[in-house]
Write a protein that binds this ligand. Structure first.
Ligand code: FAD
Ligand code: SF4
Ligand code: SF4
Length: 1002
């Protein structure tokens, strides 16, 4: 049945306080998750509260529509993909609501990201223990939906072991608090006979569950963790239906007492792992665990996977908090890419395991590792290496996590695919299972790496195949069939922690047998008789043939409509760049990453880098019409949200070049759409600067005049609150003289860029003097703007022209051996990275390779030629003394505290943090790296009336960090970052080179 979306959207807008987005672009952005599935939803709703959800579900129930709850969309099996209305909890319902006074539990909304919760709880000395490796980009609602777990499950259990109560919206729109209830008390009988859907449904399910305990027990997989089907075994507690032959070492630490109390029905646990098919979680009360005082890890190397198998029971008896396994293929990939790892591995290493312990203190850890060492001496282990420093610990965990990322960067159409990603067997079966898989992959000539949680018998395996190639698709099906037959044969599960979703649902009956599956169907019928809640998951056709290729984003049928890119991409490079995004949602990380500042500020899927790739894939496949699309408001919401910070191109595991793809999209839009006044103004910075200088005295007086700014804001579109930098009367080019360098000193070509030319010539003069002080000869080539404004506003031809002029200007010097240097990070980034997007020539590469950021050049120069390095003295100038703290002169404390902000375009150059190094050499100065992400200004983004507020919101974490450390002075290389910092904090913000010039006395 085709349903018309418009009237539904209209109805919902009048019913719901949250956002209702039914446009074709939003629907495409929610059509996929991190797995292979794809189904376009009817629309997207971002509710503001439980009442919104209840009204939405009641509306859908009445009209025969369905709802699909969604967290971060990081699931790997299509569990959050469906044709109904997507309910995105991460936009507004993501708060910590209440923390118990003793920090033993917390009440949260479902859209909260796990890492954000744990960061919040750190100050209370507690944490939520289940630890999927997607912790930075998965929500609590999603974790509850899939019964997520991770490396430390061996010690702490899975999500189901830590859920104390859930508020859920049921299929009729009623609200229900699911929590433990006495099995044989009055409360239960009243509940069963009451008029509610909850009472009726549990009234049907619980007696059957109690009556058939033995049969259910007998059909449960023999595994430690399981996300397949419904978690019925958890409802009655371990004493009623055990976790099916869980090994004795799984006495979990820190789990809530209530979670295993006999005589209680843990009603909340039926909803854990149910993928939103029985109820939608609107609030969760979660068990918390005290943070351990200390943790330590070691890596043990073995000659075979079977040698690991023999050693593991003894290791588990020592109660480790994680035991991770890396197979021979994994080690081969890491070895080939990391010489440090290669050197670490003893000869004949086939398999490695990483063991983690927690302890009260270092002495307890030492003792545990000593016992581990003694245990391994009696096994075939080749070597045990303990990480003794934080850096070593980080490196070893990185090794464990690196292979998948390395494989995801592989060029070509074959990519590691998640479809047998979550195999789980009894831990004692794991070595045989690894051996089986290795032999199968060898026999079929398929490459794959295996990592996993050996203590839980959980293996993450991604065969490297092309999902568009019919032969590889046949191979996927073959592997799936062979492997699932093996796994079922040893009473394992295909879904240890990721859920069933669209990928595994058709196999659930095969796994549990007809009887238990029929019980699962009765549960679904009792709770959701009309299939309103996430249909097609858990309960669906049990057709095992070919089910992998129903509703997939790629597949043998996949095809694209040829597109001619305006920027330079290698042959078919445009399409494959888009398709490289596998949807993992890492770019939606709430903490740890710098990407994506706009997503972090808006929490809108549309702002995420992933949305950019999803949008463009929809265009190249013809799902969205390119002709009608580029100029629409819905598309521009996605493209304009990219401020070209460049961070996702660096931090994305697959290194998808989203910023370049967005420049392409902006150019395509501009090719057919005239620019508005503000865009004309900001994209023509050269002409504006020239005019501003000519009218300097008058222009400077008027440019920040409040009344005038208010009047012109609607016409020119520059926000009235933004102060504009004054124009200098005399440009840098006219003031630059001979800095008196040695005529035979090495030459550098200095690209000073527009701001230094027209607004801050003193800065460029200081750069010239500092370079000269380092024994370099400076030439100033004729130059235009860096071209970045033209790129940002989609003027591809103009940007190309500018790039060509600038390349030609520095080329003769580069050919003579000179380096090109700029103190403006955006300019050095344009030379190094962006010019190649517009100009495909050998000269462009030559110039890119010769380009350095100023700090990068100075740090290198000091290392290579210490004899020419100037010695930094104390800051004695009025600038320093004005800002110096009130410390007494003989006080050992630093006199000037500088808060340093590294601009995104410098971070994206991946050259370390040269300014911190250089400023740190100045006596009496303390440099604090603010390390709090993007300032939000993003060139001209923060100047526009329509985006000023968002720009300030993006920079909020940075401004808060400045307030926290209260420095005397701020420093940053980027001219617009300095503008934003000064504007938002009221502190002076200077280029580090000015402080260096003072310190060198030049
Ligand atoms: C790189 C990477 C690493 C991963 N590592 C792990 C790992 O170590 N361990 C692990 O367990 N998983 C892992 N996953 C899988 C995934 O992160 C987890 O399944 C996670 O729990 C999904 O959370 P989400 O917020 O993205 O939920 P989504 O994917 O959006 O949804 C997951 C399921 O929960 C349901 N759901 C969402 N919100 C609600 C709600 N409010 N009420 C009811 N149901 C809801 C959805 O309908 C869906 O069925 C990984 C994924 C990636 C991409
Ligand atoms: S852009 Fe990169 S990080 Fe984001 S979803 Fe795609 S592959 Fe993952
Ligand atoms: S370049 Fe920056 S703003 Fe644009 S999508 Fe990537 S991280 Fe977000």
């Amino acid at each position: 049945m085709t349903v018309s979306a418009d009237p539904i959207a209209r109805d919902l807008r009048s019913l719901i306080r949250g956002d209702v987005e039914f446009d074709p672009v939003s629907r495409r952005l929610y059509a996929t998750d991190a797995g292979l599935s794809q189904i376009e939803p009817l629309g997207v709703v971002s509710p503001r509260d439980a009442e919104d959800v209840a009204r939405l579900v009641a509306y859908c129930a009445e009209r025969g529509l369905s709802v699909v709850p969604r967290g971060m969309g990081s699931g790997l099996n299509g569990a959050a993909v469906g044709a109904g209305i997507q309910v995105d909890f991460t936009r507004y319902m993501d708060s910590v609501l209440e923390v118990a006074p003793d920090a033993s539990w917390v009440r949260v909304q479902p859209g909260l990201v796990l890492a954000s919760l744990n960061r919040h709880m750190r100050r209370h000395g507690a944490f939520f223990a289940p630890d999927p490796s997607s912790e930075n980009h998965c929500s609590l609602g999603g974790m509850i939906g899939t019964n997520a777990s991770g490396a430390r499950t061996v010690a702490y259990g899975a999500t189901k072991d830590h859920v104390l109560a859930l508020d859920v919206v049921l299929a009729d729109g009623s609200l229900f608090r699911a929590q433990p209830m006495k099995l044989d008390g009055d409360e239960m009988s009243t509940f069963f006979t009451g008029p509610t859907l909850a009472g009726n449904a549990f009234g049907a399910v619980l007696p059957e569950l109690r009556a058939n305990k033995a049969a259910i027990h007998a059909r449960m997989p023999r595994v430690v963790k399981n996300s397949c089907g419904y978690r019925v075994e958890a409802i009655l507690g371990d004493s009623d239906i055990s976790g099916a032959a869980a090994p004795s070492h799984t006495a979990l630490r820190g789990t809530a007492q209530g979670s295993v109390e006999p005589g209680l029905a843990h009603l909340q646990k039926l909803f854990v792992g149910a993928e939103g098919t029985l109820g939608i979680v609107t609030e969760a009360t979660l068990n918390l665990v005290p943070l351990p005082a200390t943790r330590g890890i070691a890596m043990a190397y073995f000659p075979s996977v079977f040698a690991v198998g023999e050693a593991v029971p003894g290791i588990l008896a020592l109660l480790p908090t994680a035991v991770e396994i890396m197979d021979s293929r994994f080690l081969a990939v890491v070895r080939a890419n990391d010489s440090r790892v290669d050197a670490m591995l003893p000869e004949h290493t086939d398999t490695a395991i990483l063991v983690e312990f927690e302890g009260r203190d270092g002495a307890e850890l030492d003792e545990k590792f000593a016992v581990l060492g003694r245990h391994l001496e009696g096994t075939a282990a080749l070597k045990l290496v303990r990480a003794t420093t934080a850096a070593e610990t980080e490196h070893l965990w990185k090794v464990r996590k690196s292979a998948v990322a390395l494989m995801q960067r592989m060029p070509g159409p074959r990519q590691p695919l998640p479809f047998i990603e979550d195999i789980t067997v009894h831990p004692t079966e794991l070595p045989a299972c690894v051996d089986f898989l290795q032999k199968l992959f060898d026999h079929e000539g398929v490459s794959a790496v295996m990592v996993g949680h050996v203590g839980d018998g959980n293996l993450h395996t991604r065969p490297v195949l092309d999902p568009k190639d019919p032969a590889d698709c046949r191979m996927m099906q073959l592997l799936y069939d062979e492997i699932s037959a093996y796994v079922l044969g040893v009473r394992g599960t295909m879904s240890g922690e990721h859920g069933d979703g669209l990928v595994h649902t058709s196999r659930i009956q095969e796994m549990y047998g007809e009887e238990i599956y029929a019980f699962f169907k009765r549960i679904k019928k009792a709770f959701d008789p009309h299939d309103v809640l996430n249909p097609g998951k858990k309960i669906g056709p049990q057709d095992t043939a070919g089910s992998l290729f129903d509703n997939v984003r790629y597949g043998p049928e996949y095809g694209t409509v040829p597109q001619k890119p305006l920027l330079h991409f290698a042959t078919r490079g445009y399409e494959s760049e888009i398709e490289r995004c596998h949807g993992c949602a890492v770019c939606k990380s709430a903490v740890v990453t710098t990407m994506c500042p706009v997503y972090k500020a808006t929490r809108r899927e549309h702002a995420s880098p992933r949305a950019k790739a999803n949008l463009l894939r929809s265009i190249i496949t013809g799902a969205l019409d390119p002709e009608a699309t580029y100029g629409t408001a819905a598309v521009r919401t996605v493209t304009d949200y990219c401020i070209e910070c460049g961070m996702c191109a660096v931090e994305c595991p697959s290194q998808v070049n989203i910023p370049k793809l967005m420049l392409e999209a902006k150019s395509k839009h501009r090719a057919t759409h005239r620019a508005g006044p503000v865009e004309i103004l900001l994209a023509n910075a050269e002409a504006v600067s020239r005019a501003g200088r000519l009218a300097a005295p008058l222009a400077n007086r008027l440019v920040n005049q409040p009344l005038l700014r208010r009047l012109v804001e609607p016409i020119v579109g520059i926000d009235r609150r933004r102060s504009m930098a004054p124009f200098a009367r005399k440009t840098f080019s006219r003031r630059a003289g001979d800095a008196g360098a040695d005529p035979v000193a090495p030459l550098v070509a200095y690209f000073h860029d527009l701001f230094a030319e027209y607004n801050d010539p003193d800065l460029a003069l200081a750069v010239q003097r500092v370079l000269t002080a380092h024994g370099l000869r400076v030439v100033i080539p004729p130059q235009r703007s860096s071209g970045i404004p033209e790129m940002l506003y989609g003027h591809a031809d103009k940007a190309r022209q500018i790039a060509q002029v600038n390349i030609a200007a520095v080329l003769p010097h580069v050919k003579e051996g000179a380096l090109v240097v700029s103190a403006e990070p955006t300019a050095s980034f344009a030379f190094k990275v962006h010019y190649a997007d517009y100009v495909n020539s050998a000269d462009c590469s030559l110039v890119a390779n010769a380009t350095r950021d100023l700090g990068e050049l100075l740090v290198r120069r000091r290392l290579d030629h210490p004899e020419t390095a100037p010695v930094a003295g104390s800051l004695r100038t009025p600038r320093a003394t004005a800002h110096a703290s009130d410390a007494a002169p003989d006080d050992a404390r630093p006199r000037v505290r500088i808060g340093y902000h590294q601009p995104c375009h410098l971070k994206a150059q991946q050259i370390g943090n040269p300014a911190v190094e250089l400023l740190g050499e100045i006596p009496g100065v303390e440099v604090i790296d603010l390390a709090a992400g993007c300032c939000g200004m993003a060139g001209t983004f923060g100047m526009k009336a329509g985006t000023y507020d968002l720009s300030m919101k993006v920079g909020q974490p940075l401004f808060e960090r400045v307030a926290e450390i209260a420095p005397d002075l701020l420093a940053s290389e980027c001219s617009t970052c300095r503008m934003q910092l000064a504007h938002a904090t009221g502190l002076e913000a200077v280029h580090p080179v000015l402080l260096l010039a003072e310190a060198y006395g030049v």
